[in-house]
Design a protein around this ligand. Structure first.
Ligand code: AMP
Length: 416
């Protein structure tokens, strides 16, 4: 099987799926170019080999329609600057035949937003799921998706997927297109390889003790991962807003804290399962409670099981922070998804900071630490600690699905 490292792109045209869904301000200026920088090793390897590059990506959710606000033309110059070479732009990704055919080695072509065509996502448009004709429309769209993917494939000799953020979607450019290349002419890019290896390190190649830290607001969005991890981890720290669903399930008073009343049984079930499987489940015991959802609210430290009426738990308390940090410091594999409190407010970020510091310390002592899933990445960035953990994942939904043990279509399409 081909890999990005062992393939020689000399004289070849490579079509590369990247994730250039970068945030733009109201004037179309890029506010964070992390994703462009992330794809550079793959793109530069192809150019350095004397290959030509066809870059494709989505931006935003244009729902199958042309929308100038989501045009990749806005980032063409930034891509050219990052690559240090001119970039041509194809205004319609589905009719770029001539531009692709005329590309010389070392030249770069950026295709317009793939999602301006409904075929990219492959979902029928303008028809309700309840409509009796929905299944027929879906079937027809799948055929159109295949044709669209075939067209993209026709531009190039080789397909490279370096867009981990969309690897959990079976879209034309992330998975279907791979069917039109043989195993020697399709491969993962460097970013994808790193993500796959990082997930493998926490799912299959585990040094113990293995600690997973799951935070964020709700149990319901994390339940799939929690269940999958229960078979693998030694310690499971559940923190953030979830704390109060567990507290209430055990008969606690949670005041105005975020709490999923329909998940109380599920919380008890998780506690029971952890016990059965010998997993050390670590829940917050004390918390920083506030009298309003605001950085300037009045605060008090109280038991997570006994929050006064009118107050809400906003962050892990000092005793909890110490307990979490003690477990994390002694771990050899760490997965962290979701903050321990409302870290966006400085006055309620101490819990997440304590976790981040302990993860960094464990990493210095040889642990492998993977931080991933939207808000925990924002958290380590806020604390300036992203370079001090082993790996910060670029994929939100894709990472979570991979950790749940699901096969990602974007990876399966290449690795089989
Ligand atoms: P999630 O997207 O589920 O990972 O949730 C992340 C969000 O959970 C962040 O925006 C945090 O502010 C929020 N969060 C964490 N702890 C709490 C809490 N105790 N109360 C309310 N929101 C919280």
């Amino acid at each position: 099987m081909a890999t990005i490292d062992n393939f020689n792109f000399d004289g070849k045209k490579a079509i590369v799926r990247v994730d250039f869904n970068v945030p733009l301000d109201e004037n179309g200026n890029i506010t964070d170019d992390t994703r462009i920088r992330g794809a550079l090793p793959t793109l530069k390897k192809i150019l350095n080999d004397n290959g030509s590059l066809i870059i494709m990506s989505h931006m935003g959710k244009p729902k199958g329609k042309v929308n100038p606000k989501m045009s990749l033309s806005q980032i063409k110059d930034a891509v050219a600057k990052a690559l240090g070479t001119d970039v041509a732009f194809a205004e319609d990704c589905a009719t770029a035949d001539d531009m692709a055919a005329n590309l010389k080695p070392g030249q770069v072509l950026l295709l317009e937003n793939l999602r301006f065509h409904p075929e990219e996502e492959g979902k029928p448009v303008g028809i309700d799921k309840e409509d009796p004709n929905y299944d027929a429309a879906k079937k027809e769209m799948k055929e159109r998706q295949k044709e669209f993917a075939k067209k993209l494939a026709s531009y190039a000799d080789v397909y490279v997927n370096d867009a981990f953020g969309t690897a959990h979607r079976r879209h034309a450019s992330t998975a279907v297109v791979a069917d039109f290349f043989d195993n020697d002419h399709k491969m993962l890019g460097y970013l994808m390889e790193k993500e796959v290896k990082a997930v493998d390190n926490v799912l299959n190649n585990i040094n113990r003790p293995f600690t997973a830290i799951m935070g964020g607001s709700k149990v319901s969005t994390k339940i799939g991962i929690i269940e999958n991890l229960m078979d693998k981890v030694d310690n499971l720290i559940l923190c953030g807003g979830m704390t109060y669903t567990f507290a209430k399930a055990q008969g606690g008073n949670v005041g105005l804290s975020i709490c999923e009343n329909d998940k109380l049984d599920l919380a008890l079930e998780i506690m029971k399962k952890a016990k059965e499987k010998g997993v050390n489940l670590v829940l917050g015991t004390d918390c920083v409670a506030a009298d309003a959802f605001s950085n300037d609210a009045n605060t008090q430290i109280c038991s997570a099981m006994d929050i006064p009426e009118g107050w809400e738990g906003m962050d892990a308390g000092p005793e909890t922070r110490k307990a979490f940090a003690d477990v994390i410091r002694n771990s050899k594999t760490i997965l962290w998804n979701g903050p321990a409190g409302v870290f966006e407010f400085d006055n309620f970020s101490a819990g997440s900071r304590a976790i981040a510091d302990a993860v960094v310390e464990a990493t210095k002592n040889g642990a492998f630490s993977l931080v991933g899933g939207g808000d925990s990445v924002a958290c380590v960035n806020k604390f300036g600690l992203a370079d001090e953990v082993s790996y910060v994942s670029t994929g939100g939904g894709a990472l979570l699905e991979a950790i749940e043990g699901k096969v990602l279509p974007g990876i399966a399409a290449i690795k089989g």
